[in-house]
Design a protein around this ligand. Structure first.
Ligand SMILES: [Zn+2]
Length: 408
């Protein structure tokens, strides 16, 4: 019932805490065979000393009652790691929670909102973040996430209101996050290629990245065989941003002219403009039709965004090339400043965009991962460190979610 192995349960008692909450406290000790092992390398060594005061670990609730394991801890003298805390079979080193509790929490984080996790398990968000960091470190040590990579996407993702960045590498074929590091610098990207190694980097066939030249420079040196592409996700994101700028300018202009009702109506049109057409609701379709009638400039911006998205659906490269050329010509003379500027950018990256179309690299899986990572960074969890944020991304998108304890 406690979900522990290699553990002797000496007694179980009900205690009541200061607030009248009952809890179950199991007095346990490590079975002889699992005792006196270094918590870092798991090898067996002579004992060093034993702590005079017992320590408690939170376990999974039994019904509605919180459960704690209580044991005295000891230290061993490891030949490699010196005097270290001895491993206990029921918990990860340094944790105040049992492994079963931590795996359950990590699994829940992958499948439910954090407020649900915190309420169900009765833990603070900060504890959840620490748990996720430990579970990810534990599981990452057992798998090689960089094996077999062929097509990857490299992405800069901002957090803390755009003040800080993570560099994320996604496997284009599985949609999995395979590597993440803090800061968007050449040094960070070089660290990824160091981890990957020259042999595996030579196996990369395609690298998708946003428009950042420094990424392209590093890739050219470290993955010389890869075709560099600019994928749909980033290009459409640029167009979406340009469209939003056009809309904001028009809202401000209406306000300045005293047309407050029209300004408010246009402000409410944001989602109708930004959504993919198949996902529009009836009301949003009506909003768009209204914009087409009353606001030619904004509707033109909308069509420009949609047309650019359509280029990535072209099957033939020649079609895509013609469409892209036509788009650039149209955007240049559309008299909407953000799109005139975008036309210049797109022209610069024409070749990389067509690379993505040619190699069919508009991948829904990696886009879903990108969208998820951006959502993750936007939520106000107050990540106390980039490492905590990376662990959360690795857990939920890196294939490191543990199985639920007790289900095989
Ligand atoms: Zn050791």
């Amino acid at each position: 019932m406690l979900g522990v192995e290699h553990t002797v349960i000496e007694s179980v008692d009900l205690e009541t805490d200061g607030r009248g909450q009952e809890m179950l406290v199991a007095q346990v000790r490590v079975k002889a065979g699992a005792a006196r092992r270094c918590s870092r390398c798991r090898r067996r060594f002579p004992g060093y000393d034993t702590s005079p005061t017992p320590r408690r670990w939170r376990g999974l609730d039994l019904g509605t009652t919180p459960v704690y394991l209580q044991a005295t801890t000891s230290r061993v003298t490891c030949r490699e790691h010196g005097v270290v805390v001895a491993a206990v079979p029921w918990a990860r080193p340094g944790s105040r929670f049992t492994t079963a509790f931590e795996d359950t929490a990590a699994w829940l984080v992958c499948h439910a909102t954090l407020s649900v996790v915190a309420m169900l398990l009765r833990v603070a968000w900060r504890s959840v973040a620490d748990i996720v960091t430990r579970v990810v470190a534990d599981r990452a040590a057992t798998v090689d996430r960089l094996a077999g990579l062929r097509r990857i996407g490299i992405d800069e993702i901002s957090y803390r209101k755009g003040q800080r960045y993570l560099l994320c590498v996604v496997d284009h074929d599985t949609g999995r996050l395979v590597w993440a590091g803090k800061n968007r610098t050449q040094e960070t990207l070089n660290r990824f290629f160091d981890d990957l190694g020259a042999d595996r980097a030579a196996q990369l066939t395609h690298v998708c990245a946003d428009g950042a030249q420094w990424i392209h420079d590093v890739v050219a040196v470290r993955a010389p065989n890869a075709v560099v592409c600019l994928d749909a996700f980033h290009v459409v994101a640029w167009a979406t941003e340009a469209l939003d700028q056009v809309r904001r300018t028009m809202v401000n202009r209406l306000r300045a002219g005293g047309h407050h009702d029209e300004a408010t109506a246009l402000k409410g049109s944001r989602w109708a403009l930004l959504k993919n057409p198949p996902n529009l609701t009836g009301d949003q379709r009506a909003t768009l039709a209204g914009i087409a009638k009353a606001n030619g400039g904004l509707y033109r911006a909308y069509l420009l965004k949609e047309q650019l998205r359509a280029i990535f659906q072209a099957v033939e490269l020649t079609d895509a090339r013609a469409l892209l050329g036509g788009w650039i010509a149209w955007a240049r003379r559309c008299r909407l400043e953000p799109f005139v500027r975008l036309a210049k950018t797109i022209k610069n990256y024409q070749k990389l965009i067509l690379n993505a179309v040619e190699h069919g690299l508009s991948n829904a899986r990696s886009e879903a991962t990108n969208t998820h990572l951006r959502l993750l960074t936007r939520r106000a969890y107050g990540y106390h460190s980039p490492e905590a944020l990376i662990a959360m991304a690795d857990l939920t998108r890196g294939g490191l979610c543990p199985p639920l304890p007790g289900r095989s």
